[in-house]
Design a protein around this ligand. Structure first.
Ligand SMILES: Nc1ncnc2c1ncn2[C@@H]1O[C@H](COP(=O)(O)OP(=O)(O)OP(=O)(O)O)[C@@H](O)[C@H]1O
Length: 452
């Protein structure tokens, strides 16, 4: 195996034996032995089911590979074989380094043990000595941030707490390869962003990542390569550049006849064909709606401290603070600072982040006020107000960073930067794909003629 390949999967296949009835399993266990003793050819009492066929790919040091595929395409089966908890029917898996996995909820932890005991159990299984775990325990507990629950049996945990602890363990065992089933990303938006930051640093340090997900945006955001698996061998596995693989995955998904409900369109088909010139207007849709959190003054922050951000929030144009907003509503995002020491060329900014920690947009006053030579003096209070139309966001939870800096362009220095000062939760949105939607969308369909 070449030195920088950490996972090599060669022609891997898995066949499960399916028993139609429980008693067939017993028959399969007993009868073939009996038949052999009697000198007869043993029969079989199961059907074969190939969950995975002929999968080959490689992961290199520092590389992130996404595994996409519809339900039942064999993703979990593949991961289990990579982690060594399931034996392949054919083919090989070669691993170079320590693998830590965040797989099915419930696997890995003993429900009767406390969080602390499970940390020791899991980290030991992943190769750490007792002394190493002692030295890291506080960091693990701080990463999980589940408070005194760490001393409670994990059977009392919510699924979010469970994942927090499981992720905290795999983040601290010096793994070379992390295997993450993204379906488990059930923690809140802060924890998800924290995990993403950790995964980015992990990769920068040379760690390799296998990410299983249905979310092509996550694959495109994090992975250079991707593997596409299809259920029931509908198509041979495809391994290649993430963009190309995600494109094929989406095409397959939309080609699936099962997507269209049986009988759909029959009512319309019974109607007379619409004449040329008919225009179909889109039915009006309710606008996307958002819940807006109060300002979190305790949010994580950094900066040189010449001024402090003491408030930030979304307001309507009459100056009322908003706890709810709608897409395309005109709003003002306001950031209030108290100045402690003189600030020359002050600049305010804000950015919206999705649950992966990716910036959807960042806006700031720097360039717009550059020519005006602003300076703030100690004791002054200033409020920046950004007015804009609320964007069309896809389903999810978002956070807003707010920042105050001194200086221009690249020469600026952050005075106070607050991570996640506001949280924006999408309560309803027509959008489920992509990052955000277009503004002021209206749509119509017109029959413009007949061809031929
Ligand atoms: N122990 C088993 N015995 C028999 N069939 C199994 C077993 N485990 C999985 N399968 C079947 O193998 C196929 C692949 O399952 P697998 O769980 O690996 O798919 P998946 O891609 O992870 O699905 P999902 O996205 O729904 O989690 C499925 O049809 C599943 O029913």
């Amino acid at each position: 195996m070449s030195s920088d390949v950490v996972i090599r999967v060669e022609r891997l296949s898995k066949c499960y034996q399916i028993y139609d009835q429980p008693r067939d399993r017993l028959k399969q266990f007993v009868l073939p032995r009996l038949q052999r003793t009697l000198g007869r050819r043993p029969g079989s009492y199961y059907r074969e089911f190939w969950a995975l066929q002929d999968v080959s790919f490689e992961v290199r040091k520092g590389e992130a590979v996404g595994i996409v595929g519809r339900n039942g395409s064999g993703k979990s089966t593949l991961l289990q074989m990579i982690c060594g908890t399931l034996n392949p029917t054919a083919g090989d898996v070669h691993i170079q380094g320590r693998v830590a996995a965040l797989l099915e909820l419930g696997s890995g932890f003993n429900p009767e043990f406390t969080g602390r005991e499970n940390v020791y159990l899991n980290a030991t299984l992943l190769g750490l000595s007792r002394e190493e775990i002692d030295a890291r325990f506080e960091d693990i507990a701080a990463f999980a941030n589940i408070g005194s629950f760490i001393e409670q049996p994990v059977k009392t945990y919510s699924s979010g707490m469970y994942v927090r602890l499981a992720f905290a363990v795999i983040a601290h065992v010096d793994a070379d390869i992390l295997v993450i089933d993204e379906a488990l990303a059930v923690g809140d938006v802060f924890f998800q962003q924290k995990c993403m930051r950790f995964l980015q640093r992990f990769q920068q340090r040379g760690g390799s990542l296998l990410l299983v997900t249905h979310d092509t945006a996550a694959v495109l955001g994090m992975c250079e390569k991707a593997l596409l698996l299809s259920p029931m061998g509908q198509r041979a596995p495809i391994y290649g550049q993430a963009e190309e693989v995600c494109r094929i995955y989406l095409e397959d998904l939309y080609r699936d006849p099962g997507r269209v409900a049986a009988g759909a369109g029959e009512d319309a088909a019974a109607d007379e064909p619409a004449p040329r010139g008919t225009v179909f207007e889109a039915a009006p849709e309710p606008p996307a709606s958002y819940a807006v959190s109060p300002f979190n003054a305790q949010a994580r922050s950094f900066g040189e401290g010449k001024a402090s951000i003491v408030d930030a929030g979304l307001f309507d144009l009459d100056g009322r603070r908003l706890s709810a907003a709608q897409a395309e509503q005109r709003v003002a995002l306001k950031i209030r600072v108290q100045v402690h020491r003189r600030v020359v060329y002050p600049a305010f900014g804000f950015m919206l982040k999705n649950r992966h920690g990716e910036f959807l947009f960042t806006e700031g006053t720097d360039a717009a006020f550059r020519a005006q030579g602003l300076a703030f003096e100690p004791g002054q209070v200033a409020v920046a107000s950004f007015e804009f139309d609320m964007p069309q966001l896809i389903q999810g939870v978002y956070t807003v960073n707010v920042a105050f800096a001194e200086g221009l362009g690249h020469e600026h220095q952050q005075q106070h930067w607050l991570h996640d000062a506001l949280v924006l939760e999408v309560l309803r949105s027509r959008l489920v794909h992509g990052y955000c939607g277009v503004a002021r969308l209206t749509s119509r369909i017109e029959l413009v003629g007949e061809h031929g």
